[in-house]
Design a protein around this ligand. Structure first.
Ligand SMILES: Nc1nc2c(ncn2[C@@H]2O[C@H](COP(=O)(O)OP(=O)(O)OP(=O)(O)O)[C@@H](O)[C@H]2O)c(=O)[nH]1
Length: 254
């Protein structure tokens, strides 16, 4: 997992005076698009997170390759980014290791902390296989039940509430990292979970938010490989009405 953090961004947004909000949002969106393209070209996944702190899943890539993204930002934008890369047996631990690399180098708002780059491992067995499991969640019939039916403000709140319930549950119960990725989709990077774990997560969201999710699961050497399998499994959910698909194939991959 990689954490991409804009250096001293808070102070920058108000220097020499508070900058126009739409200029900040355009910069943040363009930086995320840059990150998504950069990691996508290398079969990774990117999540916009809080925009000033973005997350990437870059299994299968040499950690040093993230320095090229720092160079790209330096050459094309008015800000710079620090990058921490973490490797561990769970996504939360990997992101924690990446986070600590940046925190150890100083505050995100330190005026003398620029383009930190750090790589860390946490409790990684010597023979660990570079595998990643992706679970692609989707609200069942979001178009019919929300988009075409309710006030857009309420549709957004319903999907965001379900996302928060899912992401919190997966983080607390399974050291997974989940992000809203648009529409009614949430993508989670998980350890190797069984079908019962995903069923428990979907049940939790239904009971907490009255939103019905379906999920396709995939695993592979890169986020894209795992995510593509997860999307195919999700298509089977849509076609057959099943809620969980792909876990058995993932388990067989062991
Ligand atoms: N990021 C991302 N967004 C997607 C993907 N597929 C669909 N979306 C988003 O999800 C929205 C709803 O699309 P669907 O999930 O196909 O619509 P639905 O009504 O939920 O239909 P079913 O999922 O078949 O029940 C779209 O408008 C997109 O914004 C995907 O693979 N990735």
């Amino acid at each position: 997992m990689a954490l991409v953090q804009i250096d001293e961004y808070g102070p920058w947004t108000v220097t020499p005076a508070p900058r126009r909000e739409t200029d900040l949002q355009s910069l943040q969106a363009e930086l995320f698009a840059e990150l998504s393209s950069f990691v996508g070209e290398r079969d990774g996944y990117a999540f916009y997170g809080r925009f000033d702190n973005m997350v990437a899943v870059t299994n299968g890539r040499d950690p040093e390759s993230h320095r090229a993204f720092q160079r790209r930002v330096r050459n094309r934008y008015p800000v710079t980014v620090s990058v921490g890369v973490g490797r561990a047996t769970t996504p939360v631990d990997a992101l924690g290791a990446a986070t600590e690399e940046l925190q150890a180098a100083g505050s995100a708002q330190a005026d003398d902390r620029r383009e930190v780059f750090g790589v860390a491992e946490r409790d990684l067995p010597a023979e660990a296989r570079e595998r990643v499991t992706v679970a692609h969640f989707d609200v069942v019939d979001a178009t019919g039940s929300l988009t075409d039916r309710v006030n857009a403000a309420d549709a957004t709140l319903a999907v965001r509430r379900a996302t928060l319930e899912l992401a919190t549950h997966l983080r607390e119960a399974h050291d997974s990292v989940a992000h809203f990725v648009g529409g009614d989709n949430v993508i989670a990077v998980c350890p190797d979970l069984d079908a019962a774990a995903f069923d428990e997560a979907i049940t939790h969201v239904r009971e907490a938010s009255d939103i019905e999710l379906q999920v396709g699961v995939g695993r592979g050497p890169t986020a894209h490989a795992a995510g593509d399998d997860a999307k195919e499994a999700l298509e089977v959910c849509r076609e057959t009405g099943t809620r969980i698909r792909g876990v058995d194939r993932v388990a067989a991959d062991d």
